[in-house]
Design a protein around this ligand. Structure first.
Ligand SMILES: NC(=O)c1ccc[n+]([C@@H]2O[C@H](COP(=O)([O-])OP(=O)(O)OC[C@H]3O[C@@H](n4cnc5c(N)ncnc54)[C@H](OP(=O)(O)O)[C@@H]3O)[C@@H](O)[C@H]2O)c1
Length: 330
């Protein structure tokens, strides 16, 4: 589905996909605020990214309580921007947050107890300055809390009106199937499953992706550019690009060692992209959009240019069967 217009301006070619068996449509490209929206990041730049996202039809914004750094600061930044610059657009936006990773000291500060989830969402709503979020996720499965307790807490949250829909993040297939059954029993179906999927990490293809499709849930896939490695920007450069995620000391999940461990695979993909006449970024995003079972591809962006670059992956013609077959073998 293609919308031509939204309140803030003209939408340039964004396509929308139905989220499983629900009433919700999500843009093919969604924007996550895990990085780049912390207390030390530039507020003006952040406002420009959100505004441009809306113009491009990227109306889904993904947060979590622990995004920053420091934890909580991405929700605070987004909440301030919403209140001060985008208040009129709340109903055009689909906003998610999550709880489950460590947020405060003591036994209730993380995981999946009713205590953690309900207190965590209340804190998020205060930071976001919202009465409700559109989706509330359990951010990671909890091996120790009975799944029934976690699911009852999620159902309670929807019934209380603090979230419209429930999502699960990084649930292995067996736990995901059990959780979906419990949610369905309570007539609060799981809207979305969120997990990592990119050309360097296809582990979801043997578990989470087919389970999500079989349950009739939407799937939103994160780190589609492997945190920037699948742009090719770390290839053929003796030093990490200044300001890049791998270079920044406040980014703990990507560093020089990880970049160098994946360099050979990225170089092979870069060669395939060059032969196909495409930037690697486009190849990586369009490949995902063409995989069966993906509802939305959840990107991150440090600049407006990066956002525009990623948004350009929507509405393009399909990659050829030959190219898809070559990528299948990587
Ligand atoms: N549920 C979970 O546990 C979980 C886990 C991880 C992520 N997520 C969600 O997924 C979202 C996206 O994850 P991600 O940030 O890892 O996604 P990503 O799209 O793989 O990486 C985004 C980063 O790639 C670089 N980049 C993007 N476009 C570029 C371009 N055109 N040219 C050059 N560099 C470009 C930028 O990094 P530089 O700073 O290097 O420029 C950008 O911050 C998160 O914000 C979060 O909402 C969820």
């Amino acid at each position: 589905m293609l919308y031509k217009r939204c309140g803030i301006g003209y939408i340039i070619g964004m396509k929308y996909r139905r989220c499983g068996r629900s009433g919700v449509l999500l843009p093919e490209i969604s924007l996550g605020l895990w990085h780049n929206f912390g207390a030390g990041d530039d507020r003006v730049q952040n406002a420009a990214i959100i505004g441009r996202a809306l113009e491009l039809g990227i109306c889904h914004f993904d947060l979590a309580d622990n995004y920053g750094p420091p934890p909580g600061s991405a929700e605070e930044r987004f909440g301030n921007l919403l209140q001060q610059e985008f208040a009129g657009y709340r109903d055009e936006m689909f906003i998610s947050t999550k709880a489950g990773h460590l947020m405060w000291p003591g036994p209730y500060g993380d995981w999946g107890s009713r205590k953690h989830l309900i207190a965590g969402l209340d804190q998020s709503l205060r930071r976001l300055k919202l009465d409700y979020v559109d989706v509330f996720y359990h951010h990671r499965p909890d091996p120790d809390t009975p799944l029934e307790e976690t699911i009852e807490a999620l159902v309670q949250i929807v019934r209380s009106g603090k979230a419209l829909y429930i999502g699960l993040s990084k649930y292995p297939a067996a736990a995901f199937n059990r959780a979906c059954a419990l949610l369905a029993e309570a007539r609060v179906p799981c809207l979305l499953h969120q997990y990592r999927y990119n050309l360097l990490d296809r582990s979801c293809e043997t578990g989470m992706l087919p389970a999500t499709r079989d349950q009739g849930c939407g799937s939103i896939v994160f780190s589609p550019l492997a945190q920037g490695m699948l742009t090719g920007k770390y290839l053929n450069t003796p030093v990490l690009p200044a300001g890049s995620r791998a270079e920044r000391s406040d980014s703990v999940f990507l560093d020089a060692a990880k970049v160098s461990a994946d360099a050979a695979r990225v170089a092979t993909l870069q060669n395939l992209a060059t032969e196909a006449g495409l930037p690697l970024t486009q190849l990586a995003l369009r490949w995902l959009l063409q995989r069966g079972g993906v509802t939305s591809v959840l990107i991150g962006a440090r600049t407006v240019e990066q956002l525009e670059d990623c948004a350009a992956a929507t509405g393009q013609e399909a990659l050829s069967d030959d190219l898809m077959n070559l990528l299948e073998k990587q």
